[in-house]
Design a protein around this ligand. Structure first.
Ligand code: PLP
Length: 429
């Protein structure tokens, strides 16, 4: 594969953007090499500036659940933008979006639109603190909730990939208010709440962890957290920026039958445009400005073009059988990869939820952050590059979930598994 143009762009970018990128994991640092620069994308494919095509399992880190450049999404954007890009006064699509989210996710009786997942989680913990009058927040090791100060404590995603789970620049006094727990550990959660439950404003969790590879909740774990929060008067916050509208239409909370007090969303509800949202119980959301005193605002929040892209995407994923098909594709891919690894004699394990998956260079099961860390990152790096050379783009980190879209066909999955046979042979060599 020729990468001359990408290389030239990365050389220019590296002088002007920290690490040559606008978001750390894009830089390929943990897998080595240089990123490719995308020219365009269509369905399950990314095309780079050198004309190479990749089957894409990153999907812009989650939003492209219906595939890239879906005509219905592009049409909605084109139609909407002709009327103007931003108004600074309410527009009808914000109301339609609020109706869509609250009808799909019953625990969200009211929502506030924002511009990113980070804004959503920052705002949600402000609501938790404002509503309870308490200051401590609980999060889980390896979970990522965006780059807000309170979350860069034992964080996942790029922070984990680069060995920076606790970032310089976060005041110690603030970091001290963030308590961390090991995911899937029932007793640790009980013990923490028994000790300091009275001080805990909220517990925020990725109900399926997608930022420390992909880890599923143990049976009853989310229910246990629900009960602890209720008993101790803390708010349960599901960060569904990644899982929302993906692992089921109504997200992880629908899949596991849990009603959190607050939820955060992003990615899919923007259809590829910059969007986030937080929502939850009406009595809590009524405390948000201007109906209440907890301040939150945004110049571009509820942007009409972003709403149009998100609404078109939500319409697509409400098609009959959408999530069943996504689950079947995810299983077909993961099953095929596991079989290919077995043939090559490589220790390998996958975890899966509809539309998202984890790849581990170790034997299973993987149920905890410590298990996830036990994956051989060097082997993953070799596998990643061997797949890339064969036209398959996986997340460039051993600690990120992969994403399936409805645009990935059986032929794309078969081609991916074929590539993996050769790539596992490289890893085994
Ligand atoms: N929460 C989760 C679970 C995420 O996966 C992410 C980003 O990947 C965020 C929050 C932050 O979202 P954004 O990157 O849009 O700020």
């Amino acid at each position: 594969m020729n990468h001359d143009r990408s290389h030239a762009l990365f050389t220019r970018a590296s002088e002007l953007l920290p690490g040559g990128v606008n978001s750390p994991v894009r830089a390929f640092k943990s897998v080595g090499g240089e990123p490719f620069f995308a020219q365009r994308a269509q369905g399950p494919y990314l095309f780079d500036v050198d004309g190479n095509r990749y089957i894409d399992y990153v999907g812009s880190w989650g939003p492209m659940i219906a595939g890239h450049a879906h005509p219905q999404v592009l049409d909605a954007v084109a139609r909407t933008m002709r009327d103007g890009l931003s108004f600074g006064v309410p527009n009808p699509l914000e109301v339609t979006m609020a109706e869509a989210i609250t009808s799909i996710v019953p625990s969200c009786e009211m929502v506030r639109m924002v511009n990113s997942g980070t804004e959503a989680t920052l705002s949600a913990i402000r609501v938790a603190r404002g509503a309870t009058g308490r200051s401590r927040i609980v999060k889980f090791e390896g979970c990522y909730h965006g780059h807000g100060d309170s979350f860069l404590v034992k964080a996942g995603s790029g922070a984990l990939t680069f060995g920076l789970p606790n970032s310089p620049g976060v005041p110690k006094a603030l970091a001290d208010l963030t308590l961390t727990l090991p995911y899937n550990d029932f007793e640790a959660a009980t013990a923490l709440f028994d000790e300091v439950g009275i001080d805990i404003a909220g517990l925020i969790i990725e109900p399926i962890v997608g930022n420390a590879n992909c880890i599923l909740p143990r049976e009853g774990y989310l229910q246990h957290l629900r009960e602890l929060c209720t008993r101790h008067g803390a708010l349960l916050i599901f960060d569904e920026v990644m899982t929302g509208f993906r692992v089921a239409l109504g997200g992880a909370q629908q899949r596991y039958g849990i009603a959190p007090d607050l939820s955060t969303f992003g990615k899919i509800i923007g259809g590829g445009m910059p969007v986030g949202a937080f929502g939850g119980r009406r009595d809590l959301m009524r405390q948000v400005a201007p109906s209440g005193p907890i301040y939150q605002a945004g110049t571009l929040s509820g942007n009409p073009v972003a709403m149009a892209a998100g609404l078109a995407t939500l319409e697509l994923i409400q098609a009959q059988g959408f999530h069943d098909a996504l689950e079947a594709s995810t299983h077909a891919l993961c099953g095929g990869l596991e079989a290919a690894a077995r043939e090559a004699g490589v220790a390998f394990h996958t975890t899966r939820a509809p539309g998202m998956f984890g790849l581990y260079f170790r034997e299973g099961p993987v149920e905890s952050f410590a298990d996830a860390l036990g994956s051989d990152a060097a082997k993953f790096g070799r596998f990643f590059h061997a797949m890339l050379e064969r036209g398959v783009y996986l997340a460039p980190s051993a600690f990120e979930a992969g994403f399936m879209s409805s645009a990935h066909s059986e032929a794309d999955i078969a081609a991916t598994v074929d590539a993996a046979r050769a790539a596992f042979a490289v890893v085994a060599a």
